[in-house]
Write a protein that binds this ligand. Structure first.
Ligand code: BES
Ligand code: MN
Ligand code: ZN
Length: 499
């Protein structure tokens, strides 16, 4: 899908659909007014009759409007065309517009949002959110359905009308970024949606290698179980012990920055299916544990964005991947293993496996002398209890990094919320037999999981994102969300501006 910017007057453009803003009490934006006078007051009459009240999120699709060159005119309610909308309301409007255009099956759309202001947001933000809303709605996962007759979504082109050349430049930057981010989000959703029998650790490795083949600045290393054994990654290997699928440690090295510049490491949890292992999960909804590699998928997504935008940064995208199964050689509750860092771990619950693969990967990350390490994991059900499905959890050992990620989350509408971490919580991980236990008792499950990881992240600035509640939707809309690719991409974009 193409994201385009144009200057000029909307009513003069021909298109499958033009979208204009209307507010409450007959309020119309400039383009709506122009179309209204061409159509001899039809939009005014519709507003007056209450067919659309102009509230944010409402929309009304009109066909063959008199005097309009476009096939359709979409009226978009924004409360007021001259007063600022909140950021969340603006995103709802953008999504409503995308849904209406999708419903009508338009192949292109031209929108005028130029007069609409949004609280604490600039022209770039507005345009990027709008483009992304269309990019996001133009996603379909049907590669495993046999009937692909309606496979192609028709929307090809989203054009934004800019009032001035200056604004057009902001929109162009937004279009470029939105395009890269949309690709990243689609990559993450595709990988997340694939079932566990297809998306295995070796499948993720193949995907990472094929991404590296497509981009000159990216190279990819994959460690198999034998190589990991040599490095002493017994904690990671303890998770794959009960599975027929071999574990993989994937490292995608992106070199877009200065030579020798310390990289940012993104590390994703890639459990391609989490049965719980010997501490077997209950059956209901267990299929959703194919999504337990969404952290890894978000790293693949962010690396895709990074490559497409060609950002001048050094970044390593790491994925710690295994399948957690209760096979005959599976790790058992009570087993004690020695991690790559040398710390011994008592595995009291084999379902707390994410931290076991991540801890060895964190130790491996030390070799990059990273500027910062951000791990992304569907780590704890407790995070859903704490924050629901709206905001991801965060634990960090560095306030600056935590602030950068919080800020990036707000800007990209892909929020995170920092949870506390201190020695009181660390004490919950005490083991009678080993250096550390892999679970911390019933209270504060997200924090104690973070505490566990923190023990392996002492040598660098580190933040952990728990995306258990945000990585996928359950129910009728079951499917991967692509979160937090937008947040990670924003964090990387911000690092470019701040150099
Ligand atoms: N992958 C799960 C966490 C999870 C559960 C994410 C449900 C999303 C929805 C993780 O490996 C896990 O099983 N965690 C346990 C930890 C517990 C044993 C300390 C959990 O949350 O129950
Ligand atoms: Mn688990
Ligand atoms: Zn898991």
């Amino acid at each position: 899908m193409e994201f385009i910017v144009k200057t000029g007057e909307l009513e003069k453009q021909s298109s499958a659909c033009v979208a204009v803003t209307v507010g409450e009490n007959g309020d119309m934006g400039r383009s709506a007014k122009a179309l209204d006078s061409l159509g001899k007051g039809i939009i005014s009459r519709l507003l007056k009759a209450g067919d659309i009240k102009g509230k944010s999120g409402q929309s009304l699709m009109l066909h063959s409007l008199a005097g309009s060159k476009a096939e359709r005119v979409l009226l978009l309610g924004t409360n007021s065309t001259s007063k600022a909308l909140s950021q969340t309301d603006f995103i709802s409007c953008a999504r409503a517009a995308a849904a209406a255009v999708k419903q009508a099956g338009c192949k292109d759309v031209l929108l005028d949002i130029s007069e609409q202001t949004v609280s604490d947001a600039d022209e770039y933000w507005k345009a990027r959110q709008l483009y992304q809303a269309f990019g996001e709605s133009n996603y379909r996962f049907d590669q495993l359905k046999s009937d692909k007759s309606n496979k192609k979504l028709p929307l090809r082109k989203v054009t934004l009308l800019a009032a001035t050349r200056g604004v057009a430049n902001h929109y162009k930057r937004a279009a470029e970024h939105a395009s890269g981010i949309t690709s990243g989000i689609h990559t993450a959703r595709d990988l997340g949606n694939l079932p566990g029998n297809i998306c295995t650790p070796s499948y993720l490795a193949t995907q990472a290698k094929s991404l590296a083949r497509k981009h000159k600045s990216l190279s990819c290393k994959v460690l198999d179980e034998k190589q990991m054994k040599t490095l002493g990654m017994n904690s990671l290997l303890s998770v794959s012990a009960g599975s027929a699928q071999g574990a993989r440690l994937i490292a995608m090295e992106y070199k877009g920055g200065k030579k020798g510049e310390q990289p940012i490491v993104l590390l994703g949890k890639g459990i391609t299916f989490d049965s719980g292992g010997i501490s077997l999960k209950p059956g209901a909804g267990m299929d959703e544990m194919k999504f337990d590699m969404c952290g890894a998928a978000s790293v693949m997504g962010a690396m895709t964005t990074l490559c497409e935008l060609g950002l001048p940064l050094n970044v390593v995208g790491m994925i710690a991947s295994a399948e957690n199964m209760p096979g005959p050689s599976a790790t058992k509750p009570g087993d004690i293993i020695t991690s790559m860092a040398g710390k011994t771990i008592e595995v009291l619950n084999t379902d707390a496996e994410g931290r076991l693969v991540l801890c060895d990967a964190l130790t491996y990350a030390e070799r990059y002398k990273p500027k910062a390490v951000v791990d992304i994991a569907t780590l704890t059900g407790a995070c859903i209890v704490a924050l629901g499905h709206h905001i991801s959890g965060m634990i960090s050992n560095n306030d600056t990094l935590a602030e950068q990620l919080t800020g990036a989350g707000e800007k990209s509408a892909d929020q995170v919320w920092q949870l506390p971490m201190n020695d009181d919580y660390q004490k919950q991980l005490k083991s009678n037999f080993a250096d550390i236990a892999n679970i911390g008792g019933p209270g504060a499950g997200t924090i104690t999981a973070g505490c566990f990881l923190a023990r392996f992240a002492e040598k660098f600035d580190w933040a952990h994102l728990d995306i258990a509640g945000t990585a996928w939707h359950s129910g009728a809309n079951k499917g991967a969300t692509g979160r937090p690719v937008a947040l990670l991409s924003q964090y990387l974009l911000d690092r470019v501006d701040n150099q």
